[in-house]
Design a protein. Structure first.
Length: 190
């Protein structure tokens, strides 16, 4: 094959990637955690956070076409030590969003609220519910040492996707949905 032909094919593939969402993948890849708050109830350490820029137009279209999406939130609580921190809590919370085309309804299942399904008719409300952790317990307060230093680290990512066999060929830009935030850390004393 000639170099001219290969350049033409490469240019065509690049143009298709940009046309089918290559420009928007950068938005999802720049997902950030905002409003990260660590607080407590009378018995537990609680976490609140919001993920921004997690959805692209392609993801929204895929959701409307019945493709479920799962966000995973990773939480680590470490006791701050002079030489090396000691991790004593490691949690994962999963949020799964799906759309029922017959009912025209979005459903969100959140692992931190077992047995409860949030349902809404609007994609905006569904996206908000997907991208927030609203006070799941991280650790019982009785396990924390008074006046000790702690680090709470959190990260969010679009969970591994499992499409039915050969579906990856129908949705060629599936990998553009990927996002993963950096680790965000809050340091506090109890």
């Amino acid at each position: 094959m000639s170099k001219r032909y290969l350049r033409g094919v490469a240019s065509l593939l690049l143009a298709l990637a940009i046309f089918f969402g290559g420009g928007e993948s950068a938005l999802a890849q720049n997902a950030t955690i905002e409003e990260l708050i660590v607080t407590n109830s009378s018995t537990d350490l609680l976490l609140f956070l919001t993920v921004n820029n997690a959805f692209t137009k392609q993801m929204e279209e895929g959701i409307r076409n019945g493709i479920p999406v799962t966000f995973s939130f990773y939480v680590k609580l470490e006791h701050k030590r002079m030489w090396m921190n000691q991790e004593f809590v490691s949690l994962q919370f999963d949020h799964t969003l799906s759309y029922d085309t017959l009912k025209e309804e979005y459903s969100i299942v959140r692992s931190e609220l077992p047995g409860q399904t949030f349902r809404t008719k609007t994609l905006g409300e569904a996206k908000k519910a997907m991208a927030q952790l609203n006070g799941p317990p991280i650790s019982p307060l009785k396990l924390l040492q008074p006046e000790a230093g702690y680090l709470l680290r959190v990260k969010a990512r679009l969970a591994e996707k499992t499409l039915p066999l050969y579906f990856h060929h129908v949705i060629p830009f599936w990998s553009l949905w990927d996002f993963e935030t950096e680790w965000y850390t809050v340091e506090f004393r109890y």
